[in-house]
Design a protein around this ligand. Structure first.
Ligand code: DNO
Length: 356
């Protein structure tokens, strides 16, 4: 297991590479060109610049999260081929600087969705929260407004104001995109990119839908064991793989996550490990990583990876906001809880490594 940390880039993250280096066990910075909207060309000099910054600190730039997929590819418009060409161009360039894994998603319009970015908890910390009936009661525009307001001046991947300004148009375009259609469009995309990934030795790792159910009538196709199996079978190549995110799959208590880790095995190229506490009414809050604090049994999760000899990349994913850090950090991406999460995961791993 190779521990990494998501870094938003020079001048775009209060947590610097120097901070990241001090977290025990972290060997890589998970990065992206965060100013790029889906479909834009990634210039080689920009890619090289970030990879060099990371390498200069002795960290690995092997994981990119995300190269976002343009909506025209998901919708299956005629313009998709040109966007796929651009995507392929980015894969080839990333390979040149040592990128091994690209995390991406195939969620229509919205990436992860929450109703409250700073839900107060009893111990005084706050965290990302999802209120089920509120999502059912609000319009998509109201959710967008809530998230963008909560993010303040911080850019939020998946919630680009430029793209979301055309919300009505986007919903109109997705009107005829059923689950089947979206799956076909993913297949089309994968059939074109995976041969290049094989050539360039870059593993694709699709991120599950968060939350793991359809919202606002939009289809979601990466949300259960059966969905994931289907996606991996669309193109049966090692390079068509998975980012297994315990916190995205976790809010559906029917998802047996350790079971999925054992089943999907070496098709998991990137592990996002975090916990969620699910309420009786289906609401959920992001909790600390400790198994007893939420519904995802993180000990069993790490054990499943260990039993399978997992050698891929992992990150502690999100954390709660502690000790007032929400003033400065991106929602879900504070320093303290993620650092403790990384240590909790490594603590379990190191214990399993011992032969008592
Ligand atoms: C949330 C992240 C996701 C993820 C994308 C991948 O914090 O895990 O936004 O980066 O879905 O494309």
């Amino acid at each position: 297991m190779q521990m990494t940390w998501r870094w938003y880039g020079e001048g775009n993250d209060d947590i610097t590479l120097d901070h990241i280096k001090q977290i025990p066990g972290v060997m890589g910075a998970v990065w992206s060109l965060h100013d790029k909207v889906a479909g834009e060309v990634w210039e080689m000099d920009r890619i090289q610049e970030v990879a060099d910054q990371i390498k200069a600190k002795g960290l690995s730039p092997a994981v990119v999260e995300s190269v976002n997929v343009h909506d025209d590819i998901k919708i299956g418009r005629d313009t998709r081929d040109a966007y796929i060409d651009t995507y392929i161009d980015t894969i080839r360039k990333l390979s040149k600087v040592g990128v091994k894994v690209i995390c991406y998603n195939f969620m229509p319009i919205f990436d992860w969705t929450r109703t409250d970015l700073y839900k107060q908890t009893e111990d005084g910390s706050n965290a990302l929260f999802y209120q089920k009936d509120l999502v059912e009661g609000l319009t998509a525009q109201e959710i967008v407004d809530r998230i963008l307001k909560g993010a303040g001046d911080k850019t939020m991947p998946g919630w680009e104001p430029e793209r979301l300004a055309k919300l009505e148009e986007l919903f109109e375009a997705y009107k005829h995109v059923t689950e089947e259609k979206l799956t076909e469009n993913l297949k089309y995309f994968l059939e074109r990119i995976i041969p290049i990934c094989e050539e360039e030795e870059v593993l694709m790792a699709i991120h599950p839908d968060d939350p793991p159910w359809p919202i606002f009538g939009l289809p979601r196709i990466v949300r259960s064991r059966d969905h994931i199996r289907k996606v991996l079978d669309l193109v049966d190549s090692h390079y068509n793989g998975l980012t297994l995110c315990t916190g995205s799959l976790g809010p559906n208590l029917d998802n047996d996550i350790p079971g999925m880790i054992r089943e999907f095995g070496d098709r998991i190229h990137f592990a996002h490990i975090r916990n969620v506490k699910v309420m009786d009414n289906g609401d959920f809050i992001e909790s600390s990583h400790r198994a007893s604090d939420g519904n995802v049994d993180i000990v069993e999760v790490v054990k499943a990876y260990h039993d399978g000899g997992f050698d891929g990349y992992v990150r502690p994913d999100h954390g709660r906001h502690l000790w007032g850090e929400e003033e400065n950090c991106r929602p879900g991406y504070g320093l303290y809880d993620r650092a403790m999460g990384a240590m909790y995961i490594l603590g379990i791993w190191d214990t399993l490594e011992r032969k008592y």
